[in-house]
Design a protein around this ligand. Structure first.
Ligand code: COA
Length: 193
């Protein structure tokens, strides 16, 4: 598989993460609300852990994962990260995302995530996207619903975070769900997401 593409949306550019993003990532992931529902990062953020993680994702093969920096184009600023973890055996991928707290509630993540979903089905020709979130993460639930993911169930106490077990909602998007969502979007041409 060749390197993952740079993806464009009306307001955003998704480009592969770079080592020079380190300081900005540590800065925005220092906000507690950003890591509250993330699995592998806790508050306060540990810069050395971020450095190790960044090295691993930059050096990973395209068949393993895609990690994009989400750049807000008008300010040329990194405002978040979107990831796809590949499972080539099952022709599927798992999506992950997180955004600087200052940019929540403006539809940026649905916009970025939809572009990556187009990439999954149109370019990579995969069959399915997985998505999970802790039940209390209502914002992520809204993102999943807006994108057209189908709720498939719940892992009871499926994630361990901050010393307790959390229930986790599990979603999937098959190509048929993508085509349905794409059709609905084509009937709402003014939506930036
Ligand atoms: C989850 C996240 C990516 C959402 O991105 P976003 O760009 O802010 O998404 P949106 O702008 O569509 O806002 C999400 C929804 O939250 C809703 N929302 C806003 N304030 C809210 C609040 N106080 N409580 C609950 N929902 C709220 C918005 O109304 C919106 O839903 P709607 O448009 O259907 O009404 C972002 O909140 C984030 O980075 N959170 C921390 C990291 C994280 O949890 N990642 C996901 C792990 S599974």
């Amino acid at each position: 598989m060749s390197k993952h593409k740079i993806l464009e949306t009306p307001r955003l550019r998704l480009r592969p993460l770079e080592f020079s993003d380190f300081d900005r990532i540590v800065e925005f992931m220092g906000q507690q609300s950003v890591t509250d529902f993330l699995l592998f990062f806790t508050h306060p953020i540990i810069p050395e852990q971020v450095r190790e993680w960044l090295k691993n994702v930059i050096e990973a093969k395209p068949e393993q994962c895609a990690y994009w920096a989400i750049i807000e184009k008008s300010q040329d600023k990194l405002i978040g990260i979107l990831s796809l973890t590949m499972d080539s055996f099952h022709h599927k991928t798992e999506m992950g995302y997180w955004l600087d707290r200052d940019y929540w509630g403006m539809g940026y993540m649905p916009e970025a995530a939809w572009r990556s979903i187009e990439y999954v089905f149109e370019d990579l020709k995969l069959h399915r996207v997985d998505l999970t979130h802790m039940v209390a993460n209502i914002r992520s639930q809204h993102v999943a619903q807006k994108l057209g993911f189908q709720l498939e169930g719940c892992w009871r106490e499926g994630h361990f975070k901050n010393g307790t077990y959390k229930d986790v909602k599990i979603y999937g998007m098959l190509e048929v769900d993508y085509l349905r969502a794409r059709k609905q979007r084509s009937q709402m041409p003014d939506s930036p997401a």
